[in-house]
Design a protein around this ligand. Sequence first.
Ligand SMILES: Cc1cc2nc3c(=O)[nH]c(=O)nc-3n(C[C@H](O)[C@H](O)[C@H](O)COP(=O)(O)OP(=O)(O)OC[C@H]3O[C@@H](n4cnc5c(N)ncnc54)[C@H](O)[C@@H]3O)c2cc1C
Length: 379
Amino acid sequence: MNTVDPNLPLKPSEPKNVTVIGAGLAGLSASVTLARRGFSVTLIEKNAYLGGKIGAWPVRLSSGETQFVEHGFHAFFRHYHNLNAFLDSLGLRKNFRAIEDYAILGLKGQSFSFNGVAKTPLLNLLSMAKTGVYRFRDVFFHPKLVGLLAMLRFDPGKTFQRFDQLSYQDWADRLGLPPSMRLMFNSFSRAFFATPDRMSTAELLKSFHSFFLSHDGGLIYDYPTRDYQNTFLAPLQKELEKFRVKVLLSTPVEKIQKSPGGWQVLGRDYAYVVLAADAAASKRLLEASEGLEQADLLTRVSGLKASQGYAVLRLWTDRKLDAQLPGFVITEHRDVLDSVTFYHQIEETSRQWSQKTGGGIYELHCYALPDHLTSEAEI
Ligand SMILES: Cc1cc2nc3c(=O)[nH]c(=O)nc-3n(C[C@H](O)[C@H](O)[C@H](O)COP(=O)(O)OP(=O)(O)OC[C@H]3O[C@@H](n4cnc5c(N)ncnc54)[C@H](O)[C@@H]3O)c2cc1C
């Protein structure tokens, strides 16, 4: 909530308190980082659990066993430099493993997998042809080759000026994007929680640049081999305790007020506020707040659109799918299915359960729900 001044020292010279609103990954890492630097931190979370979208909770199976279930399987890419450095500072990535492969499966039986794709930018583009995502002749002799080259030219200012008001679907239609590329980018769009008709072309180009062209970490990502409670939340909780971070769960913040010494939140004064709630909640919170001088911040946050809804379903089955597939597959969008994670192939407790019972554990994700589906029963 305060303008960042890089000239200020990293550690306060006198006691300063700060409140962090929202205990997702952003709020947890802000809390730990600030507490390590000597701030007195209060972390306030609306939910009864830590972690936000990487939260986890125990479920009791019909067999009487208890297993932890997380909010949803996550891919941790190698170019998440800040996040990886933070997780390393806690020693949390020792339980991560590289996914050997993952695939996009098309409705017509197409299958594209990514383990052979080169890591070096530009060479990775060429080697992508080996996966079948595109054919050289479809691209290099494409009648609108110049338009396609926009994919290689990301500029934060110009790309947004030119493409932010254009949906990815319209852009792909205008260009006549080859079908396999379209299938891949449709999945990409949905993985960012928007159907192609609602995805800004500028956002898609930005993501393509950041995930593919701006680093040499490759497309193979890492994932935790244990549930998120054991992988992230328990060690993070310990770190919060070690640095005496005060954690308030089940405590929604409704508004923030400017006070003489900083900010008032839930009746207490803080020198600083870190707003780490999700976009929709931040928007509501700022709009209900009083005395905010940062009209610019308010305008920017008010302009944010919430992404479409998502759904996650974890299934324990009495047998396993008879197919040789990697632990994570993206499906060409069909109704509400965008991806399947084969938990018994990637997570330790699930693997043990599967060995014992012969069953499988599958997690189905939908990243961009149709608007008319609002209740769990309908989904
Ligand atoms: C199913 C699924 C799969 C995903 N897969 C991937 C993936 O593979 N790779 C990847 O990089 N990303 C993935 N993501 C996205 C990733 O989870 C998020 O980008 C990331 O976790 C966001 O962290 P955050 O802390 O910014 O927000 P959140 O996790 O949303 O945390 C915000 C917190 O603020 C709290 N809050 C909101 N309002 C208030 C209030 N008024 N008062 C107090 N607290 C409040 C919320 O309860 C929440 O705990 C996935 C997301 C989902 C849902």
